[in-house]
Design a protein around this ligand. Sequence first.
Ligand code: SIN
Length: 276
Amino acid sequence: MATALDINPVTPLIGAEISGLDLSKPLSSNVLGAVKQALRDHLVLFFRDQDLSADEQKDFGRQFGELHIHPARDRNGLEGHPEILYLNAGPDTSRVNGDEWHSDVTCDAEPPMGSILRLFEVPSNGGDTLFASMYAAYDALSEPMKGFLSGLSAVHDGGPNYIDRAKRAGIYKPDKVFPANVHPVIRTHPETGRKSIFVNKIFTQQIVDIPKDESRAILDFLFQHVAKPNFQCRFKWAANSIAFWDNRCALHHAMWDYYPEVRRGYRVTIKGDAPF
Ligand code: SIN
């Protein structure tokens, strides 16, 4: 039996703050089961006052699965910690990570199931992260549109995003190849069995087997649809807050409204499986 946690939902559709846990220590199997259930129920979990070391954050992540190594870690890596993505925005930044609605690294053949971001330095104002339920976005579609989209797949290509960022960071290598893979436009969550929209502005380039102009029109419609405010919640960070999101059913968007102030943190990402 799972233990009852202190859970405070942010909206009925997405987001919940959990208090009373110390994530620097291994969770008991009951508490771990309850956190997993909370993630299934709320899609993104928030924790406050978690002063974790890089190793403790990795250990927390490993309780949910094997850790993912980012294909663009040469730009955002952390020395000695290949599993950590170092997010570091400040006065010299020309583009931050995650500045459009997306799910992490969907260009991978097996995109990450979840991501755990801990910020240790936050701007005096702003720098929120927005999250959106792709279950809710799917549920809001008409039945004919659900049927039409269910038969489609799309190319998710890491190149355009990662090459732009590498060029801005002055570390572009023309011979470096980034992953590109085809995924269903509507996916089924392997644990909840619920359907969600699985396209995003950063990685999804083209619907396969249809003309380019039709693909553009469908993707533009979906990118607008998934960004509707009624599917969203918004998280206001403080130093040592953690957000843990499920990439299989939620999109997120990092708000870069705090330039030239600094926002820094580490992200640990958990491996996932091939969408179906
Ligand atoms: C990301 O992991 O996509 C960035 C999220 C954030 O910085 O809030």
